[in-house]
Design a protein around this ligand. Structure first.
Ligand code: AMP
Ligand code: MG
Length: 525
């Protein structure tokens, strides 16, 4: 494998924990601790992303080399740098949880290619000072999900961390998958994630919670200098501008989640990237039936804090806590409050804008909110597949609807899970909505073809449905990785028609309705 060019800014510019052991502890006055990945028993390469590899200058030949497997399984370190785990805290499910940190993630280096720097991070490669009571490991099941979804989200155009490689470690890992007392051994795995940085809201919160303003300022200045270079450092305004930009990026990310039907599942502040990237793919899920109250995370079953319809509000809550953490650098509440208000105001603009894209509306009309609200209500009357509905809506023809009264319901019928739920009242609601939509479209100036193309670019045809990932996991656990590759290839072009892949443009099969891993996921991973 060709050498990687190191540019380890995080290590060079931020304070390290002087203690070198991996004993679990509270780490103060430091942004990270050195940590050594665990050497796996019998590592084998399961899958790689050629697209992610290209970003750091690696080609297919490199990916099949022994060096590659050695480095990305954690067996060998990258020359010229040292691995480390980051210190962060977080608010988990609404409560301050204190120090969390990279309990099972180890950064193995920051590498530079074509003027861009990428942090490489192994997830699942053993204990660090932040492992608390857990083992620092990850299972194949959750690693397949992280690897496939990271790359799928990237190709959907959603800001995200990337996934370079998926390695089976050959180790056995004990997990109680549903937290019901049925622990069992599962196959271990390590994913290598890539991002410009893995800094989270929680990295700032932990320093603020300890009154360590000096290091808080160092971390904020570091983040601004490298990732928000348009902001001029030197005054308190810089930190206000910083949180404003973080807020904008976060809102843009959430709007993409809503657009494609992605539910993160654990939007704790330790899982919020300071770069506005989707990070930490755990018990996430994809909406099948359109249901704002849905969350895949069984740990959140009671409160449904992180349900689909509440993701923007939860991001706002998290930004409030980021604002609190940055307060010592600003020492004025008003400008921080103004940023949070701005998030709300922008949401009120961005959400309808995103829905207009999904509906193929290029013009902005005041009354659009009504059309959108009616649609959201009607979608919830029966179980209606979100992805299929919007994709089919792209071919809606205002001509056909005037000739044939049942045209609209025929068009969207494949999106309904239970046809017998379509009572005359429900049908009437849909037809009323279609009439409104027809009127609204008549005021648009684009051709139907142009509208269709624009809608197809906003409404994916293929997403990583929960059961699809589960099928790939079931095969992978048997040692067959073909479906991982098939889904990876499919999800590289989620907006394109792929005639050979029509079977994946289908509703969730009935067997998956209540199956663990398909509709229910815990944080156990
Ligand atoms: P999560 O909610 O999965 O993002 O994780 C919350 C915290 O728990 C983070 O500090 C993780 O590093 C830590 N964590 C999760 N799983 C493990 C594990 N198996 N071993 C050590 N730490 C873990
Ligand atoms: Mg996390």
């Amino acid at each position: 494998m060709r050498p990687l060019k190191i540019n380890d800014r995080f290590l060079q510019e931020l304070p390290a924990d002087p203690e070198r052991t991996q004993s679990r502890r509270q780490v103060k006055e430091a942004c990270y601790s050195y940590a050594t990945p665990r050497i796996p028993e019998n590592p084998t390469l399961v899958h790689t992303s050629k697209e992610a590899a290209e970003l750091i200058g690696l080609t297919e030949v490199d990916l099949t080399s022994k060096d590659f497997l050695d480095i990305f399984s954690g067996t060998k370190k990258i020359e010229g740098t040292d691995p480390y785990a980051m210190c962060y805290g977080g608010h988990q499910f609404g409560h301050w949880a204190g120090q969390l940190g990279d309990g099972r993630a180890i950064n193995i280096g920051e590498v530079e290619h074509e003027g861009k720097t990428w942090a490489l991070q192994l997830k699942g490669s053993g204990e660090t000072p932040y492992s608390r009571t857990a083992d620092g490991l990850a299972v194949l099941r959750s690693s397949v999900r992280e690897h496939l979804c990271s790359e799928a989200m990237y190709h959907l155009g959603v800001p995200t961390t990337r996934s370079l490689s998926l390695v089976a470690t050959g180790d056995q890992v004990m997990r109680d998958m549903m937290y019901d007392g049925n622990a069992a051994y599962e196959k271990g795995a390590v994913v290598c994630r890539m991002a410009p940085a893995f800094i989270r809201f929680g990295n700032f919160e932990i320093l603020a919670s300890r009154g360590d303003v000096e290091n808080l300022r160092k971390l904020a200045d570091f983040t601004i200098k490298h990732f928000y270079p348009e902001i001029k450092l030197g005054t308190t305004d810089a930190y206000i501008e910083f949180i404003r930009e973080v807020s904008r990026r976060t809102l843009a990310m959430i709007m993409d989640w809503q657009r494609v039907g992605f539910v993160h599942g654990v939007m704790n502040t330790d899982n919020m990237s300071i770069l506005g990237l989707t990070i930490d793919y755990g018990p996430y899920g994809w909406l099948e039936g359109y249901e704002p109250g849905w969350t895949p995370n069984t740990t959140d079953r009671q409160n449904k804090r992180y349900q689909y319809g509440q993701q923007a509000q939860m991001a706002h809550w998290n930004l409030y806590h980021l604002g609190n953490a940055l307060y010592p650098l600003v020492e004025a509440a008003e400008p921080l409050e103004a940023v949070l208000d701005e998030f709300r105001q922008n949401y009120a603009i961005e959400y309808p804008a995103m829905m207009r894209r999904k509906l193929g509306l290029a013009l902005i009309e005041k009354e659009d909110w009504h059309l959108i609200q009616q649609l959201e209500e009607t979608l919830q009357l029966t179980e209606t597949d979100m992805t299929i509905f919007f994709r089919l809506l792209g071919s809606f023809s205002t001509k056909k609807i005037s000739d044939n009264k049942s045209y609209f319901l025929e068009l969207i019928q494949p999106a309904f899970y239970q046809l017998d739920e379509l009572t005359p009242e429900v049908k009437q609601k849909w037809n009323d909505w279609a009439t409104q939509y027809t009127h609204r479209l008549s005021r648009e100036t684009r051709t139907a073809e142009a509208r269709h193309a624009a809608m197809n670019a906003a409404n994916p045809k293929y997403v990583l449905r929960n059961y699809m990932a589960q099928l790939a996991i079931d095969d992978a656990n048997q040692g067959n990785y073909d479906l991982i590759e098939e889904l990876y290839q499919l999800l590289k072009q989620p907006y394109a028609e792929q005639p050979d892949a029509e079977k994946w443009f289908a509703k969730r099969p009935e067997w998956a309705r209540h199956k663990v891993g398909c509709s229910m996921l815990s944080c156990s991973s």
